[in-house]
Design a protein. Structure first.
Length: 99
């Protein structure tokens, strides 16, 4: 397994193409066409998936989610970064280095 480079606040997160996504009971479920794997993103993961459709910096993503879920930015970051790192490790998202 390849080591994941840490995601920084100005890095832009975008989702890769080639996935079928469906809403099931308020949660997003996704299938990777290339690997055939299924993923249950859950409701919060599904919200993240929607937010990165256009590409957002990690900082923008954290700010939006922290406001939406009424949590502190640091607490939000502690939950979101490992989730994004998992998506990155699975080849589901791209990270472009910010300035």
């Amino acid at each position: 397994m390849t080591a994941i480079t840490p995601i920084h606040v100005n890095d832009v997160v975008t989702r890769k193409e080639g996935h079928l996504v469906s809403d099931m009971g308020g949660e997003k479920v996704m299938m990777s066409i290339s690997s055939g794997k299924y993923y249950n993103l859950g409701s919060t993961g599904g919200q993240i998936w929607e937010l990165i459709a256009e590409g957002r910096t990690l900082d923008e993503l954290i700010e939006t989610l922290a406001a939406e879920y009424d949590v502190a930015s640091d607490q939000c970051r502690e939950q979101v970064v490992p989730f994004l790192e998992h998506l990155l490790g699975e080849g589901l998202i791209d990270i472009s280095r910010g300035e």
